[in-house]
Design a protein around this ligand. Structure first.
Ligand code: HEC
Length: 187
């Protein structure tokens, strides 16, 4: 091979393979959703831990009421997606699953792996891709989402009653599926 054809081959092949790659690569919605929800979780847990450290569990409840939803939806807007936390037994009624989401919630909650991890599920329509990322219950969550009077102290229950008279988000144990992140991308 002479010098010129070597250069030609050396440039054309990488350029061609780049083009083929770009053309064929499907957007990795699940990967993007996992990154976004990881950031959301880390931030929410950090804010929650700080609020508890500053004012105790019962004072962290009004803090969550004021900040959790706006933080979540603002992070979504920043990332160009619709980001929500949903549950079949919500504390905030705005987080209640729709009929379709309820089916997805059930499917995810009924299919944990042997290690107790819940699967991620992606639903594609003509205009949207929605990735549902499980939010399991951890030990830290029980003081507000566990068994009343066992895990949740009386003083905390009183604040919950006042702030969320229709609260359903109690009685969870470590490992239970507490909710889902819904991450919706426009196609
Ligand atoms: C200090 C009490 C407190 C702790 C601890 C706590 N939460 Fe919550 N949680 C709340 C409150 C209050 C809301 C309602 C927030 C709102 O109004 O948007 C909530 C809402 C949620 C929601 C949205 C669905 C719903 O029920 O409205 C999820 C999901 C959730 N919590 C998961 C968790 C997980 C997982 C943990 C542990 C890592 C946890 N929470 C720990 C108080 C708490």
């Amino acid at each position: 091979m002479n010098e010129i054809s070597k250069i030609a081959v050396g440039t054309i092949i990488p350029v061609l393979s780049l083009l083929v790659n770009l053309g064929c690569r499907k957007a990795d919605y699940e990967g993007m959703a996992l990154e976004i929800t990881k950031e959301a979780k880390t931030n929410l847990v950090q804010k929650l831990t700080n609020a508890i450290a500053e004012g105790g569990t019962k004072n962290a409840i009004p803090f969550c009421k004021q900040n959790a939803m706006s933080f979540t939806s603002n992070l979504g807007s920043k990332k160009g997606v619709l980001l929500r936390r949903i549950s079949d037994k919500p504390r905030n009624p705005m987080n209640f699953v729709s009929e379709e989401e309820r089916k997805i919630f059930l499917e995810i909650s009924e299919n944990p792996t042997k290690e107790g991890e819940y699967p991620v599920k992606t639903v594609t329509t003509r205009d949207t891709v929605t990735v549902y990322v499980p939010i399991p219950t951890a030990g830290l969550c029980l003081q507000c989402h566990g068994e009343p009077n066992v895990d949740i102290k009386k003083e905390t229950l009183e604040v919950l009653q006042k702030e969320y008279p229709d609260d359903q988000a109690r009685g969870y144990r470590v490992g239970n599926l507490r909710g889902l992140f819904s991450v919706q991308f426009a196609r």
